[in-house]
Design a protein around this ligand. Structure first.
Ligand SMILES: [Zn+2]
Length: 163
């Protein structure tokens, strides 16, 4: 017999069993699997958050590195060498300083005065090192996690000391 179109199955599909409480509880192994399932870019984004928060704490109370505007709320961690131009300096503390949102977002980092004020802050020698050529850096996930843990611990320590 030629079958056309939809034909009901001879044996009805078994109804799936209700999951038992044990089955739906998240086991430690499953939890670890979820943690592991984070991608490298997830870890990088988390590290960037921790690092930026650390920069904001380190520089809290200081004026904008570019325009000198007095310290404000919700300020940015602004790169001297942009992540695009020098990715290996993305997490270099000397390369990132507190910046007001207009300089960071609307003036593309307001680079010329940034450099002038950075000379005063960290000295010419360290800036010339930032300016100089850099080896490309490719962090492993383990290194990224280690750095993230370091900055998170530093943030806790600085907040404790400030309290
Ligand atoms: Zn500014």
């Amino acid at each position: 017999m030629k079958r056309t179109g939809f034909a009901p199955r001879k044996t009805p599909m078994k109804r799936s069993r209700k999951p038992s409480p044990q089955a739906i509880r998240i086991e430690p192994d499953a939890f670890r699997a979820v943690v592991k399932a984070k991608t490298r870019s997830d870890h990088l984004a988390e590290l960037q958050d921790a690092f930026n928060a650390w920069v904001r704490l380190r520089d809290a109370g200081q004026p904008c590195i570019s325009c000198g505007r007095p310290y404000g709320d919700r300020w940015h961690a602004g790169h001297y060498r942009s992540v695009g131009s020098e990715p290996s300096l993305r997490f270099e503390p000397d390369n990132v300083h507190l910046q007001c949102p207009p300089c960071n977002l609307h003036l593309c980092g307001n680079q010329a005065p940034y450099r002038v004020n950075l000379v005063k802050k960290i000295g010419l020698e360290r800036i010339e090192w930032l300016d100089g050529p850099h080896e490309p850096k490719k962090y492993t996930v383990a290194e990224i996690q280690e750095m993230k843990a370091f900055y998170r611990a530093e943030i806790r320590r600085m907040k404790r000391e400030a309290a």
